[in-house]
Design a protein around this ligand. Structure first.
Ligand code: SF4
Length: 729
């Protein structure tokens, strides 16, 4: 018997053959796009034949990837041609009934009528809208204009709260605005890389290639902080296997050493930062010997790493979900920013604090969706910003609340409490992505009206929908993404969407028209982009010099990108190069970070830490990758990583299955025995509907409202091999 049992139905049919299927696809035309999976922002050309996308290739000479693609990118055209594309609007009266096919007029009329009914009867905030990081910036902007300037609900957020909210919050607290200050080119200049909670090799393979290429030209120390011995940790010079949820303690201890040993850049602090005295007082409590028992890193290692980092002429930090998905996520980001500030590593080549974002356009929603503010990083709390945007859009300023509303993770509890009666989900699948699946299902079942807008059907979340709106996907429409280094880039329309599917932009305009709103005057991607250029002029994310032809010619342009004297935007590789930040006094903030250990912890009943994360083959909730045979051949089902010593104690051997229980639920998964996880710790990838989020608790960060997906307690016991694991969607 091979590694995977043959009697599991998931391996039948398409996945029986485990050899990648690479066909020779004659191409008539190659068209320019940007990858629609992760935030790396690789340039891709799609090969077209007879109106179908038949292959892709990396764009040679592209400033991000120079022709390289990862596994997902290589087979991205198969996501377009998947058999489960949503092609026609669907309606039903109640969730127990079958869907029936409907025309767009009927689907939009029903949606508008229900939105109107719920808002008239229960108030504007009884309608909630939760979107995504997957659609184009032009679409985010239009959705924000519809929600803020028309529907007027403050229950509006994106699923980026599940992945990037802590980075946004931390940047705002430290620097006065969101926006990653560095770029990938910083690998070419840095003298030290400190990576927190980032499995770069699997989650951002092309950024990892950028790092490896820089290291081949010039050696510099790479230090990886991660509870698991990830592939990234395996290539590091130093791996710090930190205890889950204690990043703030390690960051404070590193700062303590830098301060005590006189390694801080006092000139930079005096000129560009405020809050030093209060911050120093807190840092005094975090001597390495005090921090070591909490974070699990020996005091001598803390000292060694602090000296390497502070002694480098230029040092950079990167991070992803290991920092963000924590009850201390925002504080973790602030801690990284604090380190950068006290060593003067902001805005200089190789010296930065660079969050590696998640979804292909998580940045676009941050810049222009109006979820947590108003477009162009304007604040709802600022009366001048509210007035400007209301005038610019030609809407009543009273529609804008004086502060941001609940995050996605607070919207679901509000549904449970009966405060929200109707929900519009746009390209997001909370039944797989939210913590504690059973609780999410109960909330969705309670809604009076749910509309799901997506490129695929069926989805787990659509089980509870009354209306399903079929959307065009990546490369079936035109628009822009922004990547992790603020590079705005273009996706050309390459093929037509299937059946009656429409671009998200056209769906938003259709809903607006059905509601009778008249302020959405920009009707095409180019018209919306022109409006974004106007509304963002002079703002931190200035797009005013950006045009589609310029994006294609340059392989993307990094904001701020005002027009230059000759009218062509040059873009800005780095922020804060002049040491001036976005707080009113132009200074960055050094913020004290007291530590409170508030995680669920292992105990006698649930003795293992459960960590969750990604695999290279899959994308988020597998709506895009779940039907791509070549990816499922490598990664067909959820599994549990467990240390062999723990497994031996439980009588679990290679290829056994295990039942994993938490206080929320249980799941039965294949066990992989590996030293990648330490004794006392297990790991499950989060992509599968019958996987990690049946178990997660999801305590929330108080600043960002992002859930802690990586710190919960479970118990594990040997289980019989399931008779069948049906194909998931
Ligand atoms: Fe796409 Fe990210 Fe892979 Fe590049 S690294 S091909 S952007 S999934």
């Amino acid at each position: 018997m091979g590694l995977i049992p043959d009697d599991i139905t998931i391996f039948k049919g398409d996945y029986q053959d485990r050899v990648p299927n690479i066909r020779r696809n004659p191409v008539q035309d190659w068209r320019y796009t940007t990858c629609g999976y992760c935030s790396t922002g690789c340039g891709i050309e799609v090969g077209v034949r007879d109106g179908r996308a038949v292959t892709v290739r990396g764009k040679a000479g592209h400033p991000v990837n120079d022709g390289k693609l990862c596994l997902k990118g290589i087979w991205e055209f198969e996501a377009i041609n998947a058999p489960n594309r949503a092609t026609v609007p669907l309606l039903r009266e109640d969730i127990g009934q079958p869907f029936r096919e409907a025309g767009w007029d009927a689907a939009l009329a029903r949606t508008a009528a229900e939105f109107r009914r719920v808002q008239q009867r229960h108030g504007r905030d009884a309608l909630a809208v939760v979107s995504t990081g997957q659609i184009y910036t032009e679409e985010f902007y239009t959705l924000g204009k519809l929600v803020r300037g028309g529907l007027g609900t403050n229950n509006y957020d994106g699923n980026t709260t599940l992945c990037m909210a802590s980075a946004v919050s931390g940047y705002k607290r430290s620097f006065g605005s969101d926006g990653p200050p560095g770029c990938y080119d910083d690998f070419e200049h840095t003298e030290c890389l400190l990576a927190f909670g980032s499995n770069l090799v699997e989650c951002h393979p092309v950024i990892y290639w950028r790092l490896k290429s820089a290291l081949e030209r010039r050696r510099f120390p790479v230090i990886v902080v991660d509870p698991r011995v990830t592939m990234f940790a395996q290539m590091a010079d130093i791996h710090l296997p930190i205890n889950p949820g204690t990043d703030v303690v390690l960051l404070n201890a590193l700062a303590h050493v830098i301060l005590v040993e006189g390694l801080a850049d006092q000139g930079y602090i005096a000129t560009h930062a405020s809050g030093y005295d209060a911050w120093r007082e807190e840092i005094a409590r975090f001597a390495p010997e005090a921090a070591a028992p909490v974070c699990g890193i020996p005091a001598r290692s803390i000292r060694e790493v602090a000296r390497i980092y502070a002694g480098a002429g230029a040092a950079m930090c990167i991070w992803t979900m290991g920092i963000n998905q924590s009850t201390h996520g925002s504080d973790g980001v602030v801690g990284i920013n604090n380190l950068s500030l006290i060593t003067g590593n902001v805005g200089k080549p190789g010296g930065t604090a660079l969050s590696i974002t998640g979804q292909c356009n998580a940045m676009g929603t941050r810049e222009f969706s109006s979820c947590s503010g108003l477009p162009g990083y304007r604040a709802l709390e600022n009366p001048e910003h509210r007035r400007f945007v209301a005038d610019f859009w030609g809407v009543d300023e009273a529609l804008f609340p004086a502060g941001r509303g609940p995050a996605m993770t607070d919207i679901f509890p509000a549904i449970e409490r009966g405060e929200i009666k109707a929900l519009w989900l746009v390209a997001t699948n909370p039944m797989t992505s939210m913590p504690d699946t059973a609780r999410t299902a109960a909330a969705l079942r309670k809604l009076e009206f749910l509309v799901v807008q997506d490129v695929y059907h069926p989805l787990a979340s659509a089980e509870f929908a009354h209306v399903m709106l079929p959307a065009a996907m990546w490369a079936e429409k035109e628009g822009c993404f922004t990547n992790s280094e603020r590079r705005v880039n273009l996706v050309r329309k390459v093929v037509d969407p299937p059946g009656q599917a429409k671009s998200d932009l056209d769906i938003f305009l259709g809903v607006a028209d059905a509601m009778g709103f008249t302020h959405l005057t920009a009707r095409t991607p180019a018209q919306v982009m022109a409006e974004i250029g106007q509304v963002s002029a002079g703002r931190p994310c200035d797009y005013s010099g950006i045009t589609y032809p310029a994006l294609e010619a340059a392989g993307g342009i990094q904001w701020p990108a005002p027009p230059s004297a000759d009218g062509a935007a040059q873009g800005s590789p780095r922020l804060y190069t002049d040491g001036r930040f976005h707080h009113p006094d132009s200074r960055a903030r050094l913020i004290p970070l007291p530590f409170e250990d508030d995680n669920e912890r292992p105990d006698a009943e649930y003795p293992f830490w459960l960590n969750t994360g990604r695999v290279v083959e899959h994308w988020h909730t597998r709506t895009k990758t779940g039907r791509i045979g070549n990816l499922n051949k490598f990664s067909p089902l959820p599994y549990l990583e467990m240390n062999p010593r723990d497994a031996a104690g439980l009588g679990i051997g290679p290829q056994d299955f295990a039942r994993v229980r938490s206080r929320r639920g249980e799941v039965t998964v294949l066990v992989r025995l590996t030293e990648r996880v330490a004794p006392g710790m297990v790991f499950i990838p989060f992509h599968f509907a019958r996987g990690a989020n049946l178990l997660t608790l999801g305590l929330l960060d108080p600043h960002s409202r992002q859930p802690a997906f990586k710190q919960q307690a479970v118990r594990v016991e040997k289980a019989a091999r399931p008779a069948a694991l049906a194909q998931e969607v």
